[in-house]
Design a protein around this ligand. Structure first.
Ligand code: SF4
Length: 102
């Protein structure tokens, strides 16, 4: 094996673990209830905590899992919401932008 090829092969593990490449595989960030855009729509990570006095249009079983803007499993875990571009919400969550899935 020539020395140039050998040097490139030896660099592969370092290239694959380089910080700038690991960001390509990072999981989407979760929306926090304290985020300004989440507060603006009253997002909560658990629909059981929706304040009915503040959001009288809320009714069970509304939650992210059965909202048109959600894509993910209805298992209490995270899924993407088109309202929060590229970030995740919990399938048990809710916000006032809820739209019932058809
Ligand atoms: S728009 Fe729908 S999926 Fe997104 S946070 Fe609100 S209720 Fe959940």
């Amino acid at each position: 094996m020539n020395s140039l090829r050998r040097r490139w092969i030896l660099r592969i593990p370092a290239l694959l673990t380089a910080p700038h490449l690991s960001s390509l595989y990072a999981a989407p960030a979760a929306v926090l209830e304290t985020d300004p855009d989440a507060r603006a729509v009253g997002y909560v990570t658990d629909a059981k905590r929706v304040d009915p006095a503040r959001y009288p249009l809320y009714s069970a079983p509304q939650q992210c899992a059965n909202c048109q803007l959600f894509s993910g499993a209805a298992d209490g875990g995270p899924g993407l919401c088109t309202l929060f571009k590229g970030r995740t919400v919990t399938s048990n969550g809710w916000c006032k932008a809820y739209q019932a899935a058809i």
